[in-house]
Design a protein around this ligand. Structure first.
Ligand code: SF4
Length: 235
């Protein structure tokens, strides 16, 4: 059962609210609220905010099976640092089963299909029956995210989406991390401002967009599909 929330009114009321207030609003209005983290710098900030405030927000991650070793290490580091459990959500299709059904390295030939199988589909299952989900997206990360609101209706998954960092800049995120000594992925210091699955993430060079290293071989692909409105050809 999805909680009855006027997302337009909430977005208006929270337009200039800081991230902790947006999260607190979500926890107060959405009894079943989950945060799906990909362990990016922004996600680590959200985990810090949730833990610091003791908010009853479920934490989970989509484990595609091909994350960087540094990301798996960060997962455990965050759990230890904050005394929380970050649940693993996986595709029912193992990597071996995916290779058998679709060929080896599907991500290299059809990353949209691979993201659907390993991320979007499992997320839809994981969010079924929840009132809302928290994300760590920011408006200035990409054109697709430029119109995101602090609270919005998520058409794709049919629930409320809470975006506490939506108005923050890259610099604000890193200032918070420094001020609160938040654990982050060591790959950031090696030229990876945005980190996803290992086969689909490369380092960026100075001057490139922060997400330029994601799906570099597929120029038209900028999102895994988790934050896009439902499309007819989404599968
Ligand atoms: S980011 Fe790459 S490896 Fe990960 S699910 Fe998407 S296509 Fe597959």
């Amino acid at each position: 059962m999805t909680a009855a929330v006027d997302t337009v009114a909430a977005a208006r009321a929270l337009a200039t609210a800081p991230p902790d207030a947006i999260l607190a609003w979500g926890a107060a209005h959405l009894p079943k609220l989950a945060f799906a983290t990909g362990f990016g710098a922004e996600g680590c900030v959200v985990i810090d905010l949730v833990a610091r405030a003791g908010l009853p927000i479920d934490l989970f991650t989509l484990d595609t099976g091909v994350l960087f070793p540094e990301t798996y290490a960060l997962w455990h580091q965050l759990e230890a640092r904050y005394g929380v459990t970050i649940r693993r959500v996986e595709s029912p299709l193992s990597l071996a089963a995916q290779a058998a059904a679709h060929g080896d390295e599907l991500w290299a030939r059809d990353p949209d299909r691979c993201c659907e199988l390993r991320k979007v589909g499992p997320l839809a299952v994981a969010l079924a029956g929840w009132d809302g989900w928290v994300t760590a997206i920011r408006r200035d990360q990409s054109a697709a995210r430029a119109t995101a609101e602090p609270v919005e209706h998520d058409e794709r998954f049919g629930l409320v989406k809470v975006n506490p960092l939506v108005a923050w800049t890259h610099e604000q995120v890193w200032a918070y991390i420094a001020a609160h000594d938040v654990p982050t992925n060591p790959l950031h210091a090696r030229g990876y401002p945005s980190i996803g699955c290992a086969p689909c993430t490369s380092a960026v060079i100075p001057g490139e967009a922060l997400r330029a290293g994601r799906w570099r071989a597929h120029a038209a692909k900028t999102e895994c599909g988790l934050h896009e409105a439902r499309k007819a050809d989404a599968s």
